[in-house]
Design a protein around this ligand. Structure first.
Ligand SMILES: Cc1cc2nc3c(=O)[nH]c(=O)nc-3n(C[C@H](O)[C@H](O)[C@H](O)COP(=O)(O)O)c2cc1C
Length: 254
C-alpha cells in the first residue's frame, strides 16, 4: 500500500466523522428552511423531478469559513444548485487550528448543523463546489489538509471527470479573487476533475458602479476587516454560480 493510500493516524477521526454524517440528513432535507429562496425560479420544480423516480445528480457544497462570509455565500450557492434540479448537500471542512488560536483570531463558532466532510465521501458527489476564504492569495491550511488526504482518490481516479468549481472570499479587492481559484486548479487537474468557471454568466460581475467580489473564476465576496458582509450583488452571483454549475453537472451525469 502506498503512502498515499494509508493514513492510519486519520482512521479514528474518519470513523467519527462518518458516524456523524450517517446521522445527518442531506442539506436538502435538514436545512431546507434555511435555504428557502422564493425569489429563485426553480427549474427543479418545473422539471417535475419530485414526481420522477429517477435519481437526481448530487452536488456537494464543501466550505471552510472562519468568520462566516463563506458560510453565508454557501447558502446562496446551495439555493442555486437546488434551483438547477440537482440534489445539494452542504458540508464544512474540519478545523485544524487549536481552540486557543481560534479564540485569539476571534473566529466565529462553527455551525453545528453542517456536517464535517470526510475525504471518503467526496466520490459520492457528481460535482463539488468548494467555498474557500483566501489566505495569502490561496487556500487556507484547513482546505489543503482535505486536499492532501485525496491521494487515494488520485491513485484510483475516484474523482476523475467530475465537475468542480470554487467560490471565495478575500479581505481586499486585489487579495485573491482570481489567484485563490487558479491556485486550486493544480489540485483539480491532478485529480482529473473538470474545472467549471463562472465566466461572465452573471452580468452583475461587469458592474463597476459598486465595489464587489467575484471574477470569471467564481463568485466572491469582500470581507474587508471582517465587518463587511456579502452584498446583495455578491449573493445573487453566488446563486447564479450554483445554478449554472448544477446545469453542467446534470449534463455530465446523464
Ligand atoms: C492568516 C490570514 C491570511 C489572509 N490572507 C489574505 C490575503 O492574502 N488576501 C486577502 O484579501 N485577504 C486575506 N485574509 C482575509 C481573509 O481572506 C478573510 O478573513 C476571509 O475571506 C473571510 O472569510 P470567512 O468569513 O468565510 O472566514 C487573510 C486572513 C488571515 C487570517
Amino acid at each position: 500500500m502506498s503512502s498515499y493510500q494509508s493514513q492510519p493516524g486519520c482512521r479514528d477521526e474518519q470513523q467519527r466523522q462518518q458516524q456523524q454524517q450517517a446521522a445527518s440528513l442531506s442539506y436538502t432535507q435538514n436545512a431546507a428552511a434555511a435555504s428557502h429562496h422564493p425569489s429563485i425560479s426553480s427549474e427543479a420544480a418545473s422539471s417535475g423531478h419530485h414526481r420522477s423516480s429517477k435519481k437526481r445528480p448530487v452536488v456537494f457544497v464543501v466550505y471552510y469559513s472562519m468568520y462566516g462570509h463563506i458560510e453565508r455565500m454557501a447558502k446562496e450557492v446551495v439555493a442555486g444548485v437546488e434551483a438547477s434540479g440537482c440534489e445539494c448537500r452542504l458540508f464544512q471542512i474540519a478545523e485544524t487550528l487549536p481552540s486557543e488560536v481560534l479564540s485569539k483570531m476571534h473566529a466565529k463558532e462553527k455551525n453545528s448543523q453542517v456536517p464535517i466532510i470526510s475525504v471518503d465521501q467526496l466520490p459520492e458527489a457528481d460535482g463539488i463546489l468548494f467555498g474557500i476564504p483566501t489566505r495569502f492569495g490561496s487556500a487556507p491550511t484547513q482546505v489543503r489538509a482535505l486536499f492532501d488526504q485525496c491521494g487515494r482518490h488520485w491513485m484510483s481516479d475516484a474523482l476523475f471527470g467530475k465537475p468542480v468549481g470554487i467560490f471565495f472570499s478575500t479581505g481586499s479587492l486585489g487579495g485573491g479573487q482570481e489567484t485563490t481559484a487558479l491556485t486550486c486548479v493544480t489540485f483539480f487537474s491532478h485529480l482529473g476533475m473538470i474545472f467549471v468557471p463562472l465566466g461572465y454568466k452573471d452580468k452583475s460581475l461587469q458592474n463597476i458602479d459598486e465595489v464587489h467580489g467575484g471574477s470569471a473564476y467564481g463568485a466572491g465576496t469582500l470581507a474587508g476587516d471582517g465587518s463587511r458582509q456579502p452584498s446583495a450583488l455578491e449573493l445573487k452571483v453566488a446563486q447564479t454560480q450554483g445554478r449554472q454549475f448544477g446545469k453542467v453537472v446534470k449534463k455530465l451525469a446523464r
